[in-house]
Design a protein. Sequence first.
Length: 421
Amino acid sequence: MRGSRISGFYRLPVETRRAELGARAGLGPEDLATLEAGGLDLTAADRLVENVVGLYALPLGLGLNFVINGRDIIVPMAVEEPSVIAAASNAARMVREGGGFVAEADPPIMTAQVELGGVAEPDVARRRIQAAAASLLALADASVPRLTDRGGGAREIDVRVIDGGAGGSACPRVIVHIHVDCRDAMGANLVNTVAESLAGPLAELAGGRSGLRILTNLADRRRVRAVARVPVDALATPDVAGPRVRDGIAAASRFAEDDPYRAATHNKGIMNGVDAVALATGNDWRGVEAGAHAFAAARGGYRPLATWTVDEAGDLAGRLEMPMAVGTVGGTLHAHPGARLCQKILGVRSAGELGMVIGCVGLASNLAALRALATDGIQRGHMALHTRAASLAQRPVSDRHHPGPVALAGMTTAKPDEEVV
């Protein structure tokens, strides 16, 4: 019973929501108890980071209505900003009417960089390194035996020459990329280990000295792609007809394609959803952010990560592509029960599946924001929820309760007897 369409979920008391989640995601009492304290205690926190003095909590909510590659998925999202979860859920409901999201993920390749300086003949160094690629890959694999046991390991070596110039330097640098299949790990520690293990041999081959040796967060070999189709009638509001909303969203997408100032905010809306799922599942959302924005700027200028057009049938068609360096093993998951629980709720079986889910949530968040802009404006619903949260914070703790539904900007398709999300 994993359906992600839960009618009137936002109206339910928190305990009833938890019970419903437990039934649909197969959670037991111990799992649900993890939700009580944010999934982390002081002992675990003290193992995670330094100088711990307490815990800092964020709300954990559920993104609903998601159908991804034909499968219903309930999506845990950790975020402090009002309207992000409701907006993504409502957009997923619209996409659901068009058959749901379709997504794919590249193999989990991360890239280690080794910088080589003081190289007198960069082209000669390039040829030497390329000729020694097989032995270098074997050395890399030997540095990460547990990864190779799981079927991962170093796959390819590239060599680049960067002319000097930054900071007044005229010295070229040889940059070696080692591409590593990290399986279901995000892979930062793995590729950093590889970089360290090859720095000396590479410097010797190049006749230079090793400089920086670390992963790049521009994981452009580890991308996800997600597409969605929204029937034009699903876009309508009581005040704005579906074709007009559709055309407004497509026009807003073109604005982001033409203008980097708009593209920055367009992509921020995508990252609202992406970061919330990455954070909930114990992944490095800062690394995902860095990769996303670097990818957006990699082709010259700054571009949107998602675009929307009108297809031949007259419906709205969306497409997202972005790097997605996330994992389902290792890292925070060892020490954070809340992150493990969120991955259990998702029911994903690999890092690729998790990345596809995150990409689809990003595309949904983008759709919700553009629909709001194309109809009532972004502020109406967002500020209503912001005001609700602010007023609740000013009341005594004993007097706080769920204050009831608030209509969201761009989400006015709900009838009085239907749920907003």
